[in-house]
Design a protein around this ligand. Structure first.
Ligand SMILES: Cc1ncc(COP(=O)(O)O)c(C=O)c1O
Length: 391
């Protein structure tokens, strides 16, 4: 009926949607301009392959929110990656990059009704929910949706916890997956997220075992499940990282074996930072070095509002590099805006070369995730953080 022309209209919107999720594309600066993100797409593809090899057979759904650059999405599609999406604009960006709608999972558990409808019309089938209200919304807007219930986790062990806002108890998951079936949708699995930059591979254990309980209850109720979505949380090379990817794979595999035995579900991973974090370097420049009483303050041309939001509460500790190699002193690191929240590291200062001066470059390693897309559109007149593709 009206559906094909509606889809054509949506297709016409796709390029705009791509721009929407990647504001930093508005400007592509010359190499040398700061601040900027240098992005190496090949590194992201290697990380994708590493994660795919870590748990053979798992389907990888890159979390577009981490960095939606179109060149990155295209390269990941070519490598065989699907996507975790949270809005119609992210669906548009994934489809414009060549992804198939069946390789997308909508894992934003609470969404606008019209957004759900558009995602459904664009062909997305898998949706994650954590409340009865969202099951009802989905039943109204996306007939035939395949639904996963998201479990609550503690977020312990992660540098950027995602606890509290989303997730339900295993008992509630059983109740809402029952409602999924009663409303004519298909209950297909369980999802969770152990917190971003999760430094403890054992953090996957409790939710995997809780998920096995939900699988068992649903099988007894006549609705067997077959998808276990282990979320993101796989780390980039920030300060404090100790375990390697093989260790994550081994520990997770052990928990899946212990919890499911030979009734192993299809595994899904939704890595964001674990794929694109190490593929980016945020290059900033010193705009002033000021000695204030006992403390040295180094002010940069990038800050909390221009890509470094994850330094809030000093949660994510990037490894820093400069071209000076003399003795170092502890420094407070601040961004360029007038907002007093624009201070990156103060409680735990960073060691920087004593002869650092105005105009020097400071490079934030492993800053490919949650930087360009977390930049304000122009607070204090500072441009969003642009991307330079280095490969
Ligand atoms: C539902 C969901 N999946 C995946 C991710 C990606 O997480 P990470 O970047 O830690 O891999 C996020 C991040 O917020 C998320 O909310």
């Amino acid at each position: 009926m009206a559906r094909p022309s509606y889809l054509r209209a949506l297709a016409a919107l796709l390029p705009g949607m791509t721009t929407l999720v990647c504001a930093s594309l508005r400007d592509t600066p010359d190499v040398g301009t700061t601040p900027r993100l240098d992005l190496d797409v090949e590194v992201a593809v290697e990380r994708f392959r590493g994660l795919a090899g870590m748990l053979p057979g798992a389907a990888i759904r890159y979390a577009v929110k981490a960095n939606p650059h179109p060149a990155l999405l295209r390269a990941l599609v070519r490598a065989g990656c699907g996507f975790d999406v949270a809005s119609p604009a992210e669906v548009g960006a994934a489809l414009a990059a060549g992804a198939r709608p069946e390789d997308l999972v909508h894992s934003n558990p609470i969404a606008r009704r019209d957004h759900l409808r558009v995602c459904g019309l664009l062909g997305v089938r898998h949706f994650v929910v954590d409340s009865l209200q969202e099951v009802d919304k989905l039943a109204d807007e996306v007939p035939g949706a395949l639904v996963l219930a998201r479990l609550l986790t503690s977020g312990a062990g992660s540098d950027w916890p995602l606890s509290r806002k989303f997730g339900c108890t295993p008992e509630h998951a059983v109740e809402l997956l029952g409602r999924v079936a009663a409303r004519g949708l298909r209950p297909v699995g369980v999802a969770f997220h152990v917190g971003s930059q999760q430094r403890d591979p054992q953090a996957w254990g409790p939710p995997i075992h809780a998920a096995a309980g939900v699988f068992a209850a649903m099988a007894s109720a006549g609705h067997p499940l077959d998808l276990l979505d282990l979320g993101g949380g796989f780390p980039a090379d920030h300060e404090g990282l100790t375990a390697d990817l093989q260790t994550y794979g081994r520990v997770i595999e052990g928990h899946v074996d212990a919890a499911f035995g030979d009734r192993r579900p299809q595994l899904v991973l939704e890595p964001g930072r674990g794929i694109v974090g190490d593929a980016g370097t945020l290059v900033a420049r010193v705009i002033a070095v000021i000695d204030r009483g006992e403390r040295r303050w180094v002010h940069l041309d990038a800050g909390v509002f221009t890509g470094l939001v994850e330094t809030l509460e000093e949660a994510i500790r990037y490894r820093l590099e400069s071209d000076r190699h003399g003795p170092s002193v502890p420094c407070v690191l601040a961004g360029p805006t007038c907002d007093s929240a624009d201070v990156l590291y103060e409680h735990v200062p960073v060691d920087l070369p004593i002869d650092l001066r105005e105009g020097d470059e400071i490079r934030f390693r492993s800053a490919g995730a949650y930087t360009t897309c977390y930049s304000t559109v122009g607070f204090n007149g500072f441009e969003p953080l642009p991307t330079v593709l280095v490969r």
